[in-house]
Design a protein around this ligand. Structure first.
Ligand code: G1P
Length: 296
């Protein structure tokens, strides 16, 4: 099995229409919607930085690109000057934290590619060396609490000595929940993935182990992310590509992440529950919020 270099780059996709979240996503990209005082995307950047990632590439929509560039680079000098004159520089610290992140590049999805969650990653193919593995993230999936999934994937990459085709974060999912996700089937009696099915009916699901939006991919996956290999709804699916990779090359494994809670924020209900979980976990407001919820 080919040995790949450990990831130093993370590709974070927010290039979809996010139509479950219309109308707000008409103007604000899905992962710039805040959870508390930070956008979802920032939690993901922090998870990557914590795991030692040195370069972040965000794949955005044409509307989203300038907003991400502003968010991650604008030092808002007018605000800084006012806060300084008022002796409130402690409030500016959170802006400095953002400005100190490692290199963040925002790129557009290749307009020639079909719609689908595989396309943002093919769009940055030229930014990835042939022998390097990279982190790939759907930026509407947040890990609340704990070290996050990127660190767990990096540790697993080390444990396997870089000899992989792909690694993915996974979690046991109860009952009908499984119908919302990509679901894993292992090769009999091994820890190697045989294939994945996207959003199966519960009765047909090969397991209850759902993939969440965290992968370590190798450039091998690009062989199966061609614009004429679309699947369901004429979209280009990462699930299909990784499934084909598992079937042909092998070396695809899943990592169950127990440290932290996987929350999906890509629709208003998921976003609201994530927000609530974060607030309940946050000591400062937790008791008041619990009391408020109990009262109503
Ligand atoms: C996407 C993927 C799916 C994965 C899920 C995790 O689905 O297609 O395989 O399990 O993210 O959140 P979506 O959330 O876009 O419906």
């Amino acid at each position: 099995m080919t040995k790949f270099k450990k990831p130093t780059k993370a590709v974070l996709s927010d290039a979809g229409f996010g139509s479950r979240f219309l109308p707000i996503v008409k103007t604000i990209p899905k992962s710039l919607i805040p959870l508390g005082n930070k956008p979802a995307m920032q939690y993901i950047v922090e998870e990557c930085v914590h795991a030692g990632i040195e370069e972040i590439i965000i794949v955005a929509t044409p509307e989203g690109k300038p907003m991400y560039e502003d968010y991650f680079t604008n030092p808002v000098p007018r605000m800084r000057a006012l806060l300084e004159s008022q002796g409130k520089m402690d409030r500016y610290k959170s802006v400095e934290e953002i400005l100190n992140f490692p290199k963040i590049t925002v790129v557009l999805q290749d307009p020639e590619l079909p719609y689908g969650n595989g396309s943002p990653f093919v769009s940055v193919r030229d930014m990835i060396d042939e022998d390097e593995a990279f982190i790939a993230i759907y930026s509407d999936d947040i890990v609340v609490g704990g070290e996050g999934a990127v660190k767990a994937l990096m540790d697993e990459f080390d444990r396997r000595g870089g000899e992989i085709s792909a690694l993915m974060g996974a979690q046991e999912t109860p009952g009908r929940e499984v119908e919302k996700y990509g679901v894993i089937k292992f090769k009999e009696g091994t820890d190697e993935v045989e294939f994945m099915v996207e959003k199966p009916k519960m009765e047909e699901a090969p397991s209850h182990l759902a993939v969440y939006g965290r992968y370590i991919l190798t450039p091998k996956v690009f062989k199966y992310l061609n614009k004429d290999e679309t699947g369901k709804d004429a979209e280009l699916w990462m699930t299909d590509a990784v499934s084909k990779l598992a079937g042909s090359d092998g070396g695809v494994y899943a990592v169950t992440v127990a440290d932290g809670t996987w929350c999906t924020t890509g629709d208003p209900k998921g976003w609201f529950m994530t927000q609530l979980k974060m607030v309940m976990d946050e000591n400062k407001y937790a008791d008041e919020v619990k009391e408020f919820v109990a009262r109503y």
